[in-house]
Write a protein that binds this ligand. Sequence first.
Ligand code: PLP
Length: 439
Amino acid sequence: GDMIRSVLESWRERITSEGWDWEQTQAALAGERLALEVRALLDVEARRGVRHAINVSGVVLNTGLGRAPVHHAVAQRMAQVAGGFCVLEVDRETGRRNQRDARLGELLSRLTGAEAGIAVNNNAAAVLLLMHAFAKGREAIVSRGELVEIGGSFRIPEVLESAGARLVAVGATNRTRLADYRQAIVQTTGLLLKVHTSNYRVIGFTEEVDPKELASLGREHSIPSAWDLGSGRIEARGANSLDRIGGETEVREAVASGVDVVTFSGDKLLGAPQAGLLVGTREAIARLRNCPMYRALRLDKVGLAGLEATLELLLEGRGDELPARRMLLMGGAETKRLCDEAKVELSDLPGITVRVVASHSEPGSGSAPTVTLPGYCLQVDIPGLSPQRAATALRLATPPVFARVQEDSLWLDLRTLLPGELADLRRALAQVLDAHLGT
Ligand SMILES: *Cc1c(COP(=O)(O)O)cnc(C)c1O
């Protein structure tokens, strides 16, 4: 109704402003133009919103496409909890109210070696909570080389400011020493903070403070120390290690450095739903839990259920089944096999040439900025259709497909295709070819 009204309104304006008479108006409206305009608007509307998409961009943790896909068993548990009631904040034996994330804390402890842990909406929220709990109305000391911006609007100095903390930046962009932190400590210092430079690297003549030293400096002055780790690499028994992709610090290692709190994302290397995790000493985590901001930033039941389920899989030695992890660790030979199979599946589509070529994928989300993942891709050629236009048509297909354009061709990177999605990919390609060949 709204769409019809808005189309009619724009025609009314056009007729008045152009001063059309009856005949001119008749001519302009010929050939069902009104109906077509309404139809076009409805089509645009139907394509909007958050919905399933196929990622063949080769960027595993693609923020635009929702970062880490969760394990199917995890997705099932999340759907169940979302579509019904669940045991969230009640003890099943006594029927009394309890803490919703007690079990999560235990799982995090087992996986990271930390005494305790809690979760909030995302890692940005984790850092915000950290600032509120430890540095509100106080100083937070951070290295100049670590005043990072993540994802456009999340800048460490601004987060500090919005939490009512005063930033004390120490050292130089390329070098910061422990003495710089030591000299900046005053009576009202609330936090010593280390931030992982997730999405860039400072190379050359550089020096950063060893987290162990930062932690002991904090203890010496009774000032809490924290490390925003970002990517959240957790290794568990029975799963292949992520050390191949960039040597990101393990959460367990960060905890062992002795800092009071370590923060990281749920949906980067961990491969869980979106979340921000905070692990550390019992005392520090209790302080975070008691901060009023925690109530505003904490996870909902669906996220909590998904996170618990993911951590359980890791503890059961099934980490290799997590889709994001599997995609990140997929070897070149396996991407070749996927491509060979898909090539057979797609080659009979009319008006298309498919080749298997060597290429690189990316971890994405600043989880390992200097790392590329070697493998194979499908290079697709559609005569008469430029790769840019083909990529656009694929994005607008059902389901939407996100490919990449590189060296003036269309590339389908199957590393990021989930099992069972090949038929959908074929369907979307067929729509694009139909529309192209039909015109
Ligand atoms: C990604 C990242 C964040 C933000 O995490 P989100 O989960 O995207 O909110 C914060 N700090 C660092 C170092 C990061 O890498």
